[in-house]
Design a protein around this ligand. Structure first.
Ligand SMILES: Nc1nc2c(c(=O)[nH]1)N[C@H]1C(S)=C(S)[C@@H](COP(=O)(O)OP(=O)(O)OC[C@H]3O[C@@H](n4cnc5c(=O)[nH]c(N)nc54)[C@H](O)[C@@H]3O)O[C@H]1N2
Ligand SMILES: Nc1nc2c(c(=O)[nH]1)N[C@H]1C(S)=C(S)[C@@H](COP(=O)(O)OP(=O)(O)OC[C@H]3O[C@@H](n4cnc5c(=O)[nH]c(N)nc54)[C@H](O)[C@@H]3O)O[C@H]1N2
Ligand code: SF4
Ligand SMILES: [Mo]
Length: 702
């Protein structure tokens, strides 16, 4: 046995980028703790970080290629696997056209350096228009608003929470999620610091979440109705003459148009729709506008709902008209060492909308991708251009996208499927070949995405803790080999490190002496300072004009108008279903760590006590919850955390399917909320999935 050693790295499981201090001996992890010397995360970690050890050791995890045969899964060589994948994909494309192969890229791609640097080349080599990703079940409306308002789909505003006096949160629960499109490790202390400097935190959420409990005020809102609240807040600010664009005034257009749009939406008129009394909305608007530094931050709960696009537009608009955009303490933009916003712009990839449409229901592409909601129909509907083969890369859409059962059926009908994944799970069980890359502690890591979405400019590189086994392959190796074989081009065998070196040389901090070599020498990471104002230089619109009221949003207001003018009650599905993130889950794929799932069934339906009384329901009893597409049986948890009429179920469960290899997760199966969510329910404007505010009915099981 050799001596005990210490390794420092970034946790790549979620967006927080926490620094880890890992004690290890030979190939065994002894402890995983927070790295107190990481200037950004300051020693903070959550329970998931320790599970990196479990993933590394998990006997269920795949390490070498497997092929489905009559006798079950059989290990095959990398060369044979690559050969067969390319033959099958090319065969299907020759017979049925390029679009007969579809691709879905899941969430862990954005947490993986190899996937981020080499994924685009691989997708391109498939030459298909049927591209999907977790984006359209998540943050698509943020990209949509950025594209139309700022001219670049990846120029996403980040709330400057370390310097704000007033944080208004809609539909986010950072105390559990650890922040999203807001990389802010140690979020608990950062939120507390706002209050310690006499600032305020207000949370708008249909559930009194862990974040709402820490806030100065929590306001319940009817699921899916935030758009009315935002319109009213802005209406009050205009009415009271509190609009103040400051520096932005010189290059912002659309102020008068916005004023016209919001005019009818007084707090009095929207109160019955949002469930928020007019005085509360009015006070909120006045306090926000009068605060020295304020920021409105709307995340998953307002993105994955019926008016996701409009909500993200109005969140930006609110920050803009109060002088809190691109200003200290407001919504700001990073200047990262690897500037992927600038790289995309150089390539002309500022985003796109409607360049093509989906074959069956005519949904528009956004930045090269179609909405996930059409994936099943594109596979199931015969005709020219039908998807016959799918490639999934680090994705589990059968558990993570609406109407999972329909997608499950669709995947079972494919002629061929390749999964680049580390587990045989609900989705990858349909694959013919699975290519498993190295993961977690076996990989070097640089967060190309989350340094771009962080609340400070920071840079950090982590070496792999453990050398991979000879027979394993890294993500970048797999992607480059497949790209080369599919496109017939030479494999350059680039490494992520070569790309990072070049990327940093071209980045905005090179002039100050920052280089990849320098970053490599600082295992705790480098702090490059607080965010700075970047406009108008970093605007990508024509003439660098900030568009406050783009036409697409104005047109979509017609849908809002309909609800504003009519009252609608659904007797079949009187409840509204919303999601719930759990501290010990990471979407669908970390339930195979015993330390994360022990401690009882977490997959329950939260129901308000008065609703429970009306239904004659006791705590822990089983209920059947039904939506248009399906029904599930689940134990209820009576709780006044949720509003009346709202039911909350966590996502990522439902590990009871045949043929998966996740022994611990299978013993804690739960049900999938996405067997209830409806692929036909979507934000019509952006195509994003509606995961919150899905109409359901509840009956007590016999
Ligand atoms: N109802 C409801 N549904 C939701 C949500 C919700 O709030 N409510 N949230 C949505 C959101 S925000 C997201 S991002 C999506 C996520 O949706 P997906 O990305 O489809 O699902 P994940 O559960 O993240 O699945 C990750 C997959 O990657 C594999 N994997 C893990 N690590 C690696 C790796 O290093 N390399 C490779 N190649 N594979 C790896 C896992 O085995 C798993 O198959 O779910 C969405 N679905
Ligand atoms: N522990 C843990 N951390 C995670 C993940 C995980 O699965 N587990 N997933 C990661 C991923 S992929 C992402 S994208 C981020 C997401 O991070 P967050 O954006 O913080 O997402 P959630 O925690 O799902 O919080 C969404 C909130 O919206 C509320 N909500 C639902 N409907 C509505 C509505 O109509 N209006 C309003 N105002 N609120 C509503 C919900 O009650 C919930 O509290 O988390 C990341 N971090
Ligand atoms: S908060 Fe996120 S990055 Fe930090 S330790 Fe937990 S999973 Fe890892
Ligand atoms: Mo996500």
């Amino acid at each position: 046995m050799s001596e005990v050693k210490t390794h420092y790295r970034t946790c790549n499981l979620c967006e927080a980028m926490c620094g880890l201090e890992i004690q290890y001996q030979d190939r065994e992890v002894l402890t995983i703790k927070g790295d107190k010397q990481d200037p950004f995360s300051r020693g903070h970690i959550c329970p998931k970080a320790v599970a990196l050890k479990d993933i590394f050791e998990d006997p269920d995890r795949l390490k070498y290629p497997v092929k489905k045969t009559e006798n079950g899964w059989e290990e095959i060589s990398w060369d044979a696997a690559y050969g067969e994948v390319v033959t099958r994909i090319q065969g299907i494309q020759q017979e049925h056209g390029k679009n007969a192969v579809g691709i879905y890229q899941g969430n862990p791609n954005v947490h993986n350096t190899g996937a981020m640097l080499f994924g685009a080349g691989f997708v391109k080599s498939l030459k298909t228009k049927n591209r999907f990703s977790a984006t359209s079940t998540d943050q698509l409306p943020h990209h949509f608003a950025a594209y139309y308002m700022l001219g670049h789909f990846f120029l996403l505003p980040v709330p400057d929470i370390d310097r704000t006096d007033f944080l208004l949160i809609l539909g986010a629960n950072p105390m559990v999620s650890n922040g999203s499109i807001m990389t802010a490790p140690d979020i608990g202390h950062r939120l507390k610091a706002i209050q310690e400097r006499d600032g305020k935190i207000i949370v708008i959420d249909p559930r009194k979440t862990q974040t709402a409990k820490k806030a100065d005020q929590h306001i319940f809102v009817q699921p899916g109705k935030d758009v009315f609240l935002l319109l009213s807040i802005i209406q009050v600010i205009f009415k009271e003459g509190l609009v103040q664009l400051d520096r932005l005034g010189a290059y912002t257009v659309g102020v008068a148009t916005l004023q016209e749009v919001v005019r009818p939406y007084t707090p009095e008129k929207t109160a019955s729709i949002t469930g928020i009394p007019a005085e509360i909305t009015r006070t909120l608007a006045l306090d926000f506008a009068k605060a020295e530094k304020a920021v409105c931050y709307g995340r998953l709960g307002v993105s994955t709902q019926e008016f996701g696009g409009l909500c993200q537009w109005l969140v930006n608009a609110l920050n803009i008209i109060t002088g809190n955009f691109d200003e200290e303490g407001g919504a700001m933009f990073t200047l990262p060492a690897i500037d992927n916003v600038a790289f995309l712009a150089q390539k002309g990839s500022l985003g796109s909308h409607g360049r093509w449409k989906s074959r069956v229901s005519g949904q528009k592409e956004f930045s090269g991708e179609l909405p996930n909601s059409v994936m099943a129909e594109e596979i199931l509907t015969p005709g020219e251009g039908q998807i016959k083969a799918m490639v999934t890369v680090a994705g589990n859409p059968i558990l993570s996208t609406p109407n999972g059962q329909q997608l499950d059926e669709a995947f079972s009908k494919l002629e061929f499927m390749l999964a680049i994944d580390i587990y045989i799970n609900e989705t990858t069980r349909h694959a013919d070949i699975i290519l498993p890359p190295t993961t977690g502690l076996e990989c070097s890591h640089y967060d190309t995405v989350f340094h771009t979405l962080a609340i400070r400019n920071t840079s950090k590189y982590s070496e792999a803790l453990f050398e991979k086994e000879d027979k394993q392959r890294h993500t970048h190796e797999i992607l480059q080999e497949l790209t080369s074989r599919l496109s017939g081009k030479l494999n350059n065998n680039f490494t992520p490190e070569m790309m990072l070196t070049g990327g940093m040389q071209m980045g905005p901090h090179a002039k100050d002496g920052l280089s990849f070599d320098k970053v490599k020498k600082e295992p705790h990471g480098i702090d490059l300072g607080p965010l700075t104002s970047v406009f108008p230089n970093r605007l990508f619109t024509k003439d660098k004009i900030l568009q406050l009221a783009p036409k697409v949003f104005l047109e979509d207001m017609a849908r809002v108008q309909v609800i504003f003018e009519t009252t609608h009650k659904d007797d079949t599905f009187p409840f509204q279903l919303i999601g719930r993130r759990l501290l010990r889950s990471n979407n669908s794929w970390m339930h195979n760590s015993y330390r994360l799932v022990k401690g009882g069934n977490a997959c329950t339906a939260l129901i308000h006590p008065e609703d429970a009384a009306t239904l004659g329901l006791k705590d822990g009893e089983m209920v059947t919850i039904a939506s248009r597409v399906n029904s599930v049986k689940i134990a209820c948890e009576i709780s006044d955390e949720v509003m009346r009429g709202v039911v909350s179920i966590p996502h990522g469960f439902g590990h009871d399917k045949e043929g998966i290899r996740l022994s611990i997760a299978q013993a804690h199966a739960g049900v999938s909320i996405n067997d209830l969510t409806d692929e036909k329910c979507q934000d019509v404007l952006t195509g994003n999935a509606v995961l919150n505010g899905v109409p359901v009915g509840i009956v007590v099981c016999d």
